[in-house]
Design a protein around this ligand. Structure first.
Ligand code: EPZ
Length: 422
């Protein structure tokens, strides 16, 4: 089983190119189901999750070709399917993003319920409620959501809370519904805005994506998609945390600073220098790291997907940081692993009190979810000796060859075979 071995102590220097965004690529791939033509996505990150969604599109009767960072999705001669099987959906809960497009395009869908997740219960009630507002008949049987509709009809959908994939699912469903839909209390994440741009390229009429209210005027038919995926703000943020922790200076090529404002503001407060020089963005840390407090929130609040990486950075900061997680009820799984490295962290409900220490020591640690695994790599960069991060399949879900990218700026990070149990 693969593991990542990090030998701490090196300051970082050089250039890293930020890849395409996982959380934009997944809904865009699902959106290809809305059209019968051949769609092409460029700048798609080569990640396990992209592979899983590609396999799901194949099961649904699409021909998926992945050539470097370009993914082409066409219609297979065998015709379309509408069943998303448990074996694929359980590997990646974002598979639920095919539900809206399938019922909108084919009038029915059978999609496995995603089931539980390490970071929280993560129900999909808002997705189902929204589809019912558009006139779908929804039932849940034997672990599957069954959705049926002659044709979806535009309506007002008010989300009880901002949900990223919920908003995306309903935007896609409404794009082929009859008439106008108004989505209220939407998620405002940049990836939602990106989906709005892509749907409009397909001939949909979406306005307000990126705000709390989105209007969608349904179309009878949509064109295939040809689109380059936006850069990954969370991957960029993770490399900012690596520099913040290890020190040094790098150029972060293609970092979407506009979409990272809440992170940039917090990191500057902690002493990380983030500057734009023409098209280059430099990330540096030369002085002391100061502790900062943060509370995760829907965009434009501080992203929950950066909480673990900030915590790893705060383990070596001067002072005490108070980090509160408000999105997912179980997103502190990295804490006991950081404590194994000598971090001083106390959990009180959904708040972590992080007391900065003078040094961390390398240890064998276990990745539990995608962003937790990234935080262990960041902590390993500043730990004395070797850190061995096991279960890196979590990391591979959302980071393309992170060891090569960090190795390219002077970090001593290697992918190794780990003996014994994963
Ligand atoms: C998206 O997940 C991202 N995934 C997550 O990134 C990210 O952490 C999350 O948004 C929040 O920013 C993708 O885009 C593929 P939500 P999503 O629905 O859409 C509750 C990563 O690390 N909720 O916005 O599943 C839910 O339980 C991943 O890349 C309901 O109660 O998140 C949570 O507490 C992890 N009912 C909150 O809303 C619903 O029907 C926000 O979840 C839907 C959500």
């Amino acid at each position: 089983m693969d593991a990542i071995r990090v030998r701490g102590g090196n300051r970082l220097k050089g250039r890293i190119v930020v890849g395409g965004a996982k959380n934009a690529a997944l809904p865009l791939l699902a959106a290809t189901l809305l059209s019968d033509g051949e769609s092409r996505l460029r700048n798609v990150p080569r990640l396990r999750d992209v592979g899983t969604l590609g396999a799901l599109l194949e099961v649904l009767g699409r021909v998926v070709t992945i050539d470097k960072d370009t993914v082409t999705v066409g219609l297979s001669s065998e015709g379309s399917g509408v069943e998303a099987p448990y074996d694929l959906v359980r590997q990646m809960r974002a598979s639920v993003l095919v539900l809206g497009p399938l019922v909108a395009r084919f009038g029915n869908a059978k999609v496995s319920l995603p089931g539980g997740c390490a970071i929280g219960a993560r129900p999909i009630d808002q997705h189902l409620k929204g589809l019912e507002c558009l006139g779908a008949r929804i039932s849940v049987e034997h672990g599957y959501v069954l959705a049926e509709a002659n044709r979806l009809v535009g309506a007002e959908i008010v989300f009880d809370l901002p949900t990223v994939t919920g908003t995306e699912n309903l935007m896609m469903a409404a794009a082929l519904a009859k008439g106008r839909s108004t989505l209220v209390n939407c998620a405002r994440e940049p990836e939602v805005e990106e989906l709005g741009r892509a749907l409009n390229k397909m001939g949909a009429r979406v306005s307000g994506a990126g705000t709390a209210v989105i209007h969608v005027d349904g179309s009878d038919e949509l064109l295939p998609l040809d689109h380059a995926v936006m850069p990954d703000r969370i991957e960029a943020g993770t490399f900012m945390a690596a520099v913040g922790a290890a020190g040094g200076e790098i150029i972060l090529d293609g970092a979407p600073l506009e979409e990272l404002e809440p992170v940039v503001a917090k990191f500057r407060q902690a002493g990380v220098e983030i500057e734009r020089h023409g098209s280059d963005i430099t990330i540096g840390r030369h002085g002391p790291l100061k502790s900062v407090d943060a509370t995760t929130a829907p965009h434009p609040g501080f992203p929950t997907d950066m909480q673990a990486q900030l915590m790893a950075m705060m383990c070596r900061a001067e002072g005490r940081a108070v980090l509160t997680e408000t999105i997912f009820e179980n997103r502190f799984m990295h804490v006991p692993e950081l404590q194994r490295m000598g971090a001083r962290i106390e959990i009180r409900h959904n708040t972590a009190l992080v007391e900065g220490v003078l040094g961390l020591s390398g240890a064998a640690v276990m990745a539990t979810d995608l962003r937790a695994s990234a935080s262990l790599v960041v902590a390993g960069l500043v730990a004395e000796g070797d850190t061995l991060v096991r279960r890196v399949y979590h990391l591979d879900r959302g980071y393309e060859t992170i060891e090569k990218k960090l190795g390219g700026v002077g970090a001593d990070v290697k992918r190794v075979r780990a003996e014994g149990n994963p």
